[in-house]
Ligand binder design. Structure first.
Ligand SMILES: Cc1ncc(C[n+]2csc(CCOP(=O)(O)OP(=O)(O)O)c2C)c(N)n1
Ligand SMILES: [Mg+2]
Length: 328
């Protein structure tokens, strides 16, 4: 894809910015480690999916979004939401089912919403975020607003009908939408080789004549620069972009997944060589002092989020009937 003119010098980001990204990825990591711990302690209900290993995609992409842009997420949404600016305490309160939660305790992990910050929702339905993003992009185009909508989804979702319908219409109508595929090569316990006949998913975009960008999703700088290009292209009215990020799920599909189907040695190797936080820390040669400061801060943010959530209010039982609309 030809790089859009402004905003894309691609000379690399200043070290200060990368240090910020390191801190933001660490907050997501520590938040989710707390989620795992609190789940094991029996404090959190339902199915939870953490994005440990995929933080660079969340931060690199969400930090490229502009004011007024919107994004739709997946079942693995904590990182996207935090990187997009939802306060950790509101997120944790939601996981605890409290009124102070970002979805007022109605939703939990797979139904996180923060519409005022442009987060159109996590999605329990695989592939559910794509048509939503296309609809928002159509509205922006019809209203001639300079806004872009973005959908996150996994490799597994690209097998689903809504993916193909969304890609087709977005390209046909040249909508301002960016499709971000997080290819961790797993769909639950099924490896990519058993659920997809191709491994290079840019072919999915080519089938629709759509521009595609392909990056290492463990490199937050590469992700960010590509996301900026993709957003500028879509905002410029040239049509949608498919942004493929090759990433790693460094944990189970869901919290509590024993991963009996996964080669333990391979997982250990990936944790050592493909952890985006470790990679960035080494690349920018963060000093011991810088690391300790970021680590202490992120642990504090996660601990505070848990304390806030635990002190929150349980919803009134009658509230279950609020916001229910029926014809009758
Ligand atoms: C329409 C639909 N089909 C199946 C499921 C069950 N399911 C939940 S997560 C998941 C795997 C999705 O894989 P991928 O899109 O690659 O995302 P990842 O979990 O790897 O982040 C499946 C099949 C679902 N929630 N919705
Ligand atoms: Mg996957």
């Amino acid at each position: 894809m030809a790089r859009a003119k402004s905003d894309t010098a691609s000379n690399g980001l200043p070290r200060e910015r990368l240090l910020e990204f390191l801190g933001e990825m660490l907050v997501i990591r520590r938040f989710e480690e707390q989620v795992e711990e609190r789940f094991r302690a029996g404090e959190l209900a339902g199915f939870l999916h953490v994005c440990i290993g995929q933080e660079a995609v969340a931060v690199g992409v969400c930090r490229a979004l502009g004011d007024g842009d919107v994004m739709g997420s997946t079942h693995r949404a904590h990182g996207h939401m935090l990187a997009n600016g939802t306060p950790p305490r509101e997120m944790m309160a939601e996981l605890y089912g409290k009124v102070e939660g970002c979805s007022r305790g109605y939703g939990g992990s797979m139904h996180l919403y923060d519409v005022k910050r442009g987060a159109m929702g996590a999605n329990a339905v695989v592939g559910g975020g794509l048509p939503l993003a296309v609809g928002a992009a159509l509205a922006f185009q019809l209203r001639r607003e300079s806004r872009v909508s973005l959908a996150f989804f996994g490799d597994g979702a690209t097998n689903i009908g809504t993916f193909h319908e969304s890609m087709n219409l977005a390209q046909l109508w040249r909508l301002p939408v960016v499709f971000v595929c997080e290819n961790n090569r797993w769909s639950e316990s099924t490896p990519q080789s058993q659920h997809q006949p191709i491994s290079d998913l840019t072919h999915r975009a080519e089938a629709f004549g759509m521009q595609a960008l392909h990056v290492d999703g463990q490199d937050v700088e590469a992700v960010h620069l590509a996301a900026r290009d993709a957003l500028a292209y879509a905002r410029g009215g040239q049509g949608p972009v498919f942004l493929l990020c090759e990433t790693e799920r460094l944990t189970g599909h869901y919290v509590g997944d024993a991963q009996a189907y996964r080669d333990k040695e391979e997982l250990r190797r990936l944790r050592e060589t493909r952890d985006p936080i470790r990679l960035l820390r080494e690349r920018i040669e963060a000093s011991e002092q810088e690391w300790k400061r970021l680590d202490a801060r992120s642990r504090q943010v996660a601990d505070e989020a848990v304390a806030f959530a635990k002190a929150g209010a349980d919803p009134r039982p009658e509230a279950a009937l609020e916001n229910v609309y029926t014809e009758g």
